[in-house]
Every structure is written in C-alpha cells, then in structure tokens.
Design a protein around this ligand. Structure first.
Ligand SMILES: *Cc1c(COP(=O)(O)O)cnc(C)c1O
Length: 390
C-alpha cells in the first residue's frame, strides 16, 4: 500500500494481512498468545531477531492494524495502542520521565491528565508548570534545565480554545524538549500535530475515533526511538488495547472522514445559530471568525471540529434551566458520539475545580459544551432552541 494515497483511501484500504482465508473484512484475532515452530523460532522471536506476534500484551494482528492506520493518518513512524486514552497519557509520561524531571503544560488539559500532574507526579519528584491558552508567549520563560516535555491539547476541553502548534514546537526545538500533543478533539483527520513539529501525538480513541460510544481505547504515535521506550514500559506494565477494541476501532477509522465531516458541518451550523440567538452571551467554535484563535485554527485544522462551547445568559441558574429543558440531546459527559451531547462543565466534569480556577481555563458558570452529533441539523437546532427559550 503506497502511503501517497489520500486519507480516506488509507483509512479504508489499510488492513491486516488476510491472505490465509481471503476475508474481505479483517477478522478478529481474539487470542492471548501465539505458537512457535520450534525452540529456535521461539528464542529468535523473544530476542527480537524475528519480527512476529508473541503475546497480546505486546502486540496482536488487530492492534497492529489499528496502530498502522493511525500512524499513516498522523504521519508518524510508529505507535502503541492502549486500553484507554488515559493509559496512553499515563504510559507515555511514565515511560519517558524520571524523578526530578519537569513538565510545562497548558493549564487547560483533560481533568484526569491534570489529576496525574497534581496528585501523582509530584510524589515521584516530577513537577509541572502551567500556561494559559493565551499565554504561549510565556512558555519559554517556564522552561527549566530539567524540563522534559511541553504538553498541550488543542482544541482544548471544554472551552474549545486553540493553541498554536507551530509556535509551541519552535520553543520545544530551541530548548531540546519534546512537544507532546493530545489530539483527541481534532482527530487525525482534522489536524496532524507532527506536521507542525510535535514529537508525540496521543489520542483517546474512545471519542471520535470510535465515534459511536462503544469502546474505550488510546494510542500514542511518534518517532521509532520514543515509541520503543513506551513499548518496553507497556510490555512490563500491561496497559495494552484489547484485540476486540482494536478490531472495532480499525473499522471505525474506515468511516472517520465521512463522520467527522458531518460532525463539523453540524457543529458549524449550530455555532452560527447560537451566535445569532439573543439568549446566548457568547459562542466559541474554532472556525467562527469571532473565535480568538480563528487564524491559528484555520492554519492547523482542516475543519473546526465537533465541539461548540457557548454561554447561556443568566449564569448558573439559566444553565440549569437549559439542561432541564433539553428533550432530544443527551445529558452526558462523553463527546464525539453519533448522538448530540450537552454538558455543563462547571457542575459536572469540573465541579471539583474552584470557581476562580475554572475561570482560568475559560469555564464560566453558564457555559455549555455541546458535542454535535449526526442527527439532522434541523432537529439538533430545534432542541437547543426550545431549551434556550423554555
Ligand atoms: C477523554 C479524553 C481523554 C481520556 O480518554 P479515555 O479514553 O476516557 O481514557 C484524554 N484526553 C482528552 C482530551 C479526552 O477528551
């Protein structure tokens, strides 16, 4: 398969080898182990003189296929697939950090990632310094001699802010530190951080990569030498993706482009509707001209993504009323599903964060995060409209 093919073609045509039974659709290799011809083959395989699957904690035909597809989509050399997005985040850090290292991270990161930085890494002697989404200019001043990574997500969760990947990568390269990007909100279809200079890219495959709210998964991709370190740590600690989930997710990737196109179309139309609604204070969507980082978003993203953030007039009480009036959309904390989901970050995903700290990551009391689904846009807008006017 030539990698000169287009994204959609790679997504559909990259498959595990099915020559034995000529299946058109790759079967599920639900096996924990693999067998060997003789003692010599076994020795050579374990010594890595021979490339083959040994045990599904290390690799499996289904996880290999999933990793290969993500690598082609992201323009990465190699990768490793994990049971969840958090297993990918945690293992990437744990494999590459040592006690005494330092991280420079965007303040606006996924809650569980923030929990690792604040609750667990300090007890292993790893400290983190933070910058706001509009403070890329201070990143350089946060770098210390022991800084190992710059870490960020873009667009961010839940405020849909956008960080300039090229600017971050320039700083990382100048100081010889790695740039690690959680690319979950954009998916490999909308944004390839490696093209803008990132070293490692992490995904929670649970979100838009699955896209149907079924399975958990994660993946980290990047240069061979770094992935090797991550692989060796993962081999010992066991966070590998299940072959079943890899099989589901590989098939999901076949439709990623068409699904994400429609998610983005619906999100953009919803954002335009909200911008014109009198009960809405503000709307944030990367491809709206009013977005503070619109130019950056246009430069690094193919489309604006599936998430819209907006603020209902009237603060927390109005926010609550809005949620109680929702009829069709799902009240849930997930995102990237076929079903449109509305979330109130201040009282749910970020309830444990003090109000002043919520404001530092652009979460206000009346803010709603909406993950636009694949229902007809008229029905999505009708539900949001009646809830705003209730
Ligand atoms: C959901 C999410 C994760 C964690 O993924 P899980 O699969 O739930 O472990 C990490 N980063 C971002 C940006 C996410 O949205």
């Amino acid at each position: 398969m030539s990698d000169k093919k287009n994204f959609e073609t790679l997504a559909v045509r990259t498959q595990a080898d099915t020559t034995q039974f000529s299946e058109h659709s790759v079967p599920l290799y639900l096996t924990s182990g693999f067998v060997f011809e003789d003692a010599e083959e076994m020795r050579a395989s374990f010594a890595e003189e021979k490339q083959r699957d040994l045990y599904s904690r290390y690799s499996n035909p289904n996880t290999n296929e999933f990793i290969k597809k993500i690598c082609l989509m992201e323009g990465a050399e190699d990768g490793f697939a994990f049971a969840t997005g958090m297993a990918a985040v945690y293992t990437t850090f744990a494999a590459l950090l040592k006690s005494g290292d330092h991280i420079v991270s965007a303040r606006s990161v996924f809650g569980a990632t923030h929990g690792l930085f604040t609750k667990y890494f300090p007890k292993w002697g790893v400290e983190t310094s933070y910058f706001g989404v509009d403070e890329v200019a201070i990143v350089e001043s946060l770098i210390q001699p022991n800084t190992k990574f710059i870490y960020a997500e873009t667009p961010t969760n839940p405020a849909v802010d956008v960080l300039d990947l090229e600017a971050l990568s320039k700083i990382a390269k100048k100081h010889g530190v790695l740039l690690i990007i959680d690319n979950c909100f954009a998916t490999p279809y909308l944004q390839n951080p490696i093209k803008f200079g990132a070293d490692l890219v992490i995904h929670s495959a649970t979100k838009l990569i699955d896209g149907q709210g079924r399975v958990l998964g994660g993946v980290t991709v990047g240069p061979k030498d770094l992935i090797r370190e991550i692989y060796l740590y993962a081999r010992l600690t066991g966070p590998a993706m299940s072959p079943f989930n890899a099989w589901v997710l590989s098939k999901s990737l076949e439709t990623l482009a068409v699904r994400v196109d429609r998610h983005c179309e619906n999100a953009y139309k919803l954002a335009q509707f909200l911008e014109s609604h009198p009960k809405v204070n503000w709307v944030k969507y990367p491809f709206l001209k009013s977005h503070p980082q619109y130019e950056v978003a246009k430069r690094q993203m193919k489309l604006g993504g599936s998430i819209v953030a907006f603020e209902v007039k009237g603060g927390k009480e109005a926010g609550k009323k809005f949620f109680d009036a929702i009829k069709m959309c799902s009240l849930s904390a997930n995102l990237g599903d076929t079903r449109t989901i509305v979330t109130h970050p201040a009282s749910t995903t970020h309830h444990s964060v003090a109000e002043e700290d919520q404001l530092k990551v652009n979460i206000t009391q009346g803010m709603v995060r909406c993950s636009a689904g694949l229902e007809h846009i008229d029905d999505i807008i009708a539900d949001i409209k009646q809830a705003l006017e209730a």
